[in-house]
Design a protein around this ligand. Sequence first.
Ligand code: SAM
Length: 247
Amino acid sequence: MPATPAWPPKSLPRLFVRQSLSEGASVALEAGQANYLGNVMRLGVGGELLVFDGQSGEWLARIAEAGRKRMVLAVERRTREREAVPEVWLAFAPVKRAQTDWLVEKATELGAARLLPVITQRTIAERVKLERLEAIAAEAAEQCGRTTLPDIAELVGLKQLLDGRDASRRLYFADEEGGEPAISGFTPGPALILTGPEGGFTAEERAMVCASPGAVAISLGPRILRAETAALAALAAFMAIAGDWRG
Ligand code: SAM
């Protein structure tokens, strides 16, 4: 007896839409999305896809109207509730644009709830384009099956991040100069993981971070990881030890 194929089929395209979704809603797609469905996925009127708005879960939709650069979807029914992602935030010093894009894409896949770009004394990138990072996070969420998007905060200075920090959210500071092994350092609960720039934190910054209430220095092993590697290694380790990889 052939197995019943999974529903919805994994092959259905998935799109993030800004409009709030509900049963029977009509959604006009952005030109880029209409082009993607029409010309890349070769879908026309009647074609099925999955959509999510980051708030209300995932929905089955059908193409109701299709024009050259225009498409309107009819939302049929919810296929999945909004999933809960672990309360883990990643504060990282932006690096070169391509590496920062990559970091945001991977951190979305790994399940970060919030991304906080931080300026430190040795940060090379003085500004980040939020809209661009949000588009990268949306595409990564479409790919990895998330129904939520990580919130991406405005760029702030390290002192501002620490001063504005809610002490009930545990601060894990990835310190290449040594710290708690991740396996014993990370514990379940709201977390803020902080990783440094390519040139590392200055001694003054290290002192400021260590003085922040409840801060825990975490070692990511004996090798010096590149800034973007360290950010993702710390997030992955947290998810495995204290996050939703534990099932
Ligand atoms: N300061 C270093 C240097 O001598 O150039 C390197 C900084 S490292 C490229 C960038 C950031 O990644 C560090 O600030 C730290 O947050 C993190 N990092 C890299 N390797 C690490 C490790 N083995 N353990 C903990 N954090 C690490």
